[in-house]
Design a protein around this ligand. Structure first.
Ligand code: 16G
Ligand code: MG
Length: 542
């Protein structure tokens, strides 16, 4: 390592004095103008990680569903997974080292992680459409080059596309070709093959309206349209030509406000969906004949997909295990439906894709979705091999089911949740089963729910256990929540410190919207009073 050169370059990406940032659930995220030094340093870190793993590492510049003037960065590990936890710590140390300590911090990481500095390094970079992203990705490249790493800059990509590229490059092209054309080709081929089986479902021209959150998803779906069959017509809204990124639109807005985005024309019973700012989340919805807005969130997506997979597995008759992984935010009705009606085992993990992903790897078919629409299906290597073998050898009903499962494997981005890939799987399943969006929605009734946030002086005073469903600190808060929950029917509530914002999040569900709102308010007040609330006290009503 040429430590002098590093120190010299770092001076032009100087860290603002005293600024401390944390590699959180989705990497570093804050106002874009505070991130230049973090980008440079993540370029450095990506090189070390690449040397250590002898693999290509990804760096994605995005702040997902956050406002347009925020930005962020995360590293992608060799098989397209989130960065390993021990390296999250290295990332935090490196980002927070004062200028004069930077070289020392780098040496310390190399030693602790036993990095062979003579090894070659290769880093791939992607970015979203934020005005700040281009400049920030140049700072990443600066960091990569000063440490002698080689790189390929993909420019504008969705987050899942970057995960895909990393996975392709580290599997010798087995997973797909590491180009944007390779991505479209892989997904569209699998989609066409899977949809072919739907010949008798009648509705052969399907329209889907997509709110692209004024983000990267719009650009990429536009490119992909040429690869999609005539049968699926995708109409883009909030495509970034006018509106602001994530402003009154996008999956996060729709899910948390439980209302349609601005800028989309919805007619009764039309199928609509929203992506988030970096296109790794998807939420469906429609307006019913009475004009009521109906949300179909990640839980219902997981249910649709699991029931489809279970049917195919029954057809092929192999004893492959299926598990569904959710978080505490999963609607109580979805968990009950999955367990009691569909008889699939359901597991709950902490919030954040890496936790769900990890748990899902324990099954032959691991379906994981957060209620906010982030998720995918993972197939174990053994299951994939078995399915591909049956698909090749058999021509009967069993072989047909195996072929469909093979298409599903290729269609899901198994590196991470992917709005484009999930959308295509859902569209194929709806067509295959001849389901309308109302029929899908009617699988079960969501319990009314409400999410709120509370500002406190230090959100870390709250700590939780049992996959974030129980508070252990401050003492007494869980008892207060228990007492409030007892006042309502079919009720449940939990609180947790956010991993991406300086707030405490509150979730409540109950038998009616009024009761869910009221419970959420009362729990917010308890948090405010017992966990050091600041600013305005929570108010009832919405
Ligand atoms: C990040 C996570 C998402 C999680 C959210 C929770 C990834 C890629 N993204 O966006 O899965 O739901 O954080 O945010 O892991 P919160 O901690 O602020 O509630
Ligand atoms: Mg996102």
């Amino acid at each position: 390592m040429d430590l002098d050169a590093i120190t010299k370059h770092s001076a032009s990406h100087a860290k603002p004095d005293g600024l401390i940032l944390q590699y959180g659930t989705a990497g570093f995220r804050t106002k874009a103008d505070r991130l230049d030094h973090v980008m440079f340093r993540m370029g450095l870190l990506a090189v070390l990680r690449s040397k250590q793993t002898k693999s290509t590492i990804g760096v994605m510049v995005t702040a997902s569903h956050n406002p347009e003037d925020d930005n962020g960065v995360k590293l992608v590990d060799p098989l397209g997974e989130m960065l390993a936890p021990s390296w999250e710590e290295h990332a935090t140390h490196l980002a927070n080292a004062e200028e004069q300590d930077l070289a020392r911090a780098l040496v310390a990481i190399s030693e602790e992680a036993a990095v062979n500095l003579h090894q070659d390094a290769f880093v791939v970079i992607g970015r979203d459409t934020r005005p700040s992203s281009e400049k920030l990705s140049e700072s990443v490249i600066d960091g990569v080059t000063v440490l002698g790493g080689q790189f390929h800059d993909y420019g504008l990509l969705t987050t899942p596309q970057l995960h895909y590229m990393v996975c392709c490059r580290n599997t010798g092209g087995q997973y797909g070709e590491a180009t944007i054309d390779g991505y479209y080709h892989k997904l569209s081929t699998a989609f066409v093959e899977l949809s072919k089986q739907a010949s008798c479902s009648g509705d052969d021209h399907r329209t889907l309206k997509v709110d692209c959150a004024n983000g990267i998803g719009a650009l990429k779906l536009k490119e992909m349209k040429h690869y999609l069959p005539q049968g699926l017509s995708v109409q883009l809204f909030n495509d970034g030509t006018k509106g602001k990124l994530n402003h009154f639109c996008g999956a996060d807005f729709v899910k948390s406000h439980q209302k349609p985005p601005e800028g989309i024309e919805m007619k009764a019973n039309e199928r609509c969906c929203s992506f988030d700012g970096d296109a790794d989340r998807i939420i469906y919805y429609y307006c019913d004949a009475d004009g009521h807005f109906r949300l179909i969130d990640g839980d219902k997506i997981a249910t649709l997909i699991s029931s489809f997979l279970k049917e195919l597995l029954l057809e092929i008759g192999e004893s492959l295990t299926v598990g569904v992984v959710q978080t505490a935010y999963a609607n109580g009705s979805s968990t009950r439906y999955l367990e009691e009606v569909m008889k699939v085992p359901v597991y709950c993990t902490k919030t954040g894709v890496k936790h769900l992903h990890h748990k899902a790897q324990e099954f032959d078919l691991g379906v994981y979705f957060e209620a906010n629409g982030h998720g995918t299906v993972l197939f174990s290597k053994a299951a994939e091999t078995k399915i591909r073998q049956l698909a090749k050898e058999l021509e009967d009903k069993k072989g047909k089911a195996a072929k469909m499962l093979e298409n599903v494997i290729d269609l899901f981005n198994q590196a991470t949740g992917d709005a484009i890939s999930d959308m295509l799987v859902i569209e194929a399943i709806l067509a295959l089963k001849g389901l309308t969006i109302q029929q899908w929605d009617a699988l079960y009734m969501d319990l009314p729910n409400r999410q709120l946030k509370v500002k406190v002086a230090d959100r870390q005073v709250i700590s939780t256990t049992d996959a974030e469903r129980q508070v252990v600190k401050p003492p007494g808060l869980q008892e207060a929540i228990n007492d409030l929950v007892k006042k309502y029917k079919l009720s449940r509530a939990f609180v947790r410190p956010s991993g991406t914002e300086d707030v405490v999040r509150v979730y409540a569900e109950a038998d009616s919207q009024e009761n869910a709102d009221s419970l959420a308010y009362e729990v917010s007040l308890a948090v405010f009073q017992q966990a050091g609330g600041v600013g305005e006290r929570p108010q009832p009503g919405f």
